[in-house]
Design a protein around this ligand. Structure first.
Ligand code: ZN
Ligand code: ZN
Length: 366
């Protein structure tokens, strides 16, 4: 991959063609142009960012490829251009702005990537995701698919001792989305029968969290998900099904009236319709996966069964506090969810694998 000089939102000195003095250029994966799909994304050389007064400069260890990156590539998710992609990352603090408190050079950090205005109704509750002025790292602000990224220190957290030196905390953002969905938006108690539909990384993480709540967990997928369902079983799921009929039999054999809880992680209309059949009256249903289009929903079933229906979207400040507590307990199985680590220069291969649903989480290593 040849180096390209690219325009960048947060980089200084764009007017001079040649770098002045010793200015360090870093590799960064930028979405440069809308409407061009993968051709609109370029691995560039851009100036290494300088942290502002309340920011950390983070040397990135790994950044995960996520469906949101693909949606940004396809202009199917609101974002700014040009922007460095990557909202799932971990790295080492290399430099700090003068007003940063509570961090040291060399700390390994994770970052709550959504930044709000700080004073509206939602920001006051830590729900930055609903701030009308929110900006997200890797979406509107330069992200972690680069050698360096900057982030406000009040959105960064030091990883627990047991995770230091490992790149696995790059899984924190998707895990936090699951913590939001399973532990904050859904009531799950010991003995509850929980159906998780869609065994992608999000579904597998939701299944692990439901197990931590003491639930009996059934994970369902399609015939293409055999390997993922095997992994679900290995990670503690009680039952798995790769066919709708098998799933019906399992639910009939282990529940009297249907499952207590559904965590729909596939974003597929068929999975949703099937789950609404298998949930018991007055059950709890949380839609974790996004459909990306309008679908038809059997609302009468939701009414007749008095289903407690929840949406969940991204993360809140409280979610990250819970995530850190979970990390301290150290009983999540994260490493086996990472199927590939590719150098940043091979980003295209990673994006294509993601699109073809090959493997699980793919990390890019700058
Ligand atoms: Zn993501
Ligand atoms: Zn706000």
């Amino acid at each position: 991959m040849s180096g390209n000089s690219c325009g960048s939102k947060k980089s200084a000195g764009l007017k001079s063609e040649k770098p002045e003095g010793e200015e360090y250029k870093m590799k960064a994966l930028m979405k440069k142009e809308a409407g061009r799909g993968m051709d609109g994304i370029v691995l560039c050389d851009i100036p290494k960012p300088e942290p502002e007064s309340r920011e950390l400069l983070i040397k990135v260890m790994a950044a995960g490829i996520c469906g949101t990156d693909i949606h940004i590539m396809e202009d199917a998710y609101p974002h700014s251009v040009p922007v460095v992609l990557g909202h799932e990352f971990t790295g080492i603090v290399e430099k700090m702005g003068k007003d940063v408190k509570g961090f040291s050079i060399g700390d390994q950090v994770i970052v709550h990537n959504i930044i709000g205005c700080g004073h509206c109704h939602y920001c006051m509750k830590g729900d930055y995701v609903f701030c009308s002025e929110k900006q997200s790292i890797g979406v509107n602000l330069n992200g972690g698919m680069a050698e360096y990224v900057t982030a406000p220190y009040d959105h960064a957290m030091v990883v627990p001792e047991s995770m230091k030196g490992k790149d696995i905390p790059a899984l924190s953002e998707p895990l936090a989305c699951c913590v939001r969905g399973v532990l904050e938006q859904t009531k799950i108690g010991p003995g509850d029968k929980v159906l998780v539909t869609g065994p992608g990384v999000i579904g597998l993480l939701c299944a692990q969290l439901a197990k931590l709540c003491g639930a009996y967990v059934i994970v369902s997928g399609t015939g293409l998900d055999k390997e993922r369902l095997k992994l679900a079983k290995k990670q503690g799921a009680d039952q798995t099904a790769d066919q709708p009929d098998t799933l019906k039999e399992i639910v009939a054999s282990c529940t009297e009236q249907g499952v207590d809880v559904v965590l729909e992680c596939s974003g597929s209309a068929g999975a949703m319709a099937g789950a609404l059949e298998l949930i018991r009256k007055q059950g709890r249903y949380t839609q974790v996966g996004m459909f990306g289009k309008n679908i038809s929903v059997d609302m009468d079933t939701i009414c007749r069964k008095e289903i407690e229906f929840h949406g969940t979207f991204a993360t809140a400040h409280s979610t990250w506090e819970k995530l850190l507590k979970l990390y301290q307990q150290d009983n999540l199985q994260l490493e086996e969810l990472v199927s590939q680590r590719l150098p940043l220069s091979e980003w295209k291969k990673g994006f294509e694998m993601f699109q073809k649903k090959e493997g699980n989480k793919i990390f890019l290593i700058p």
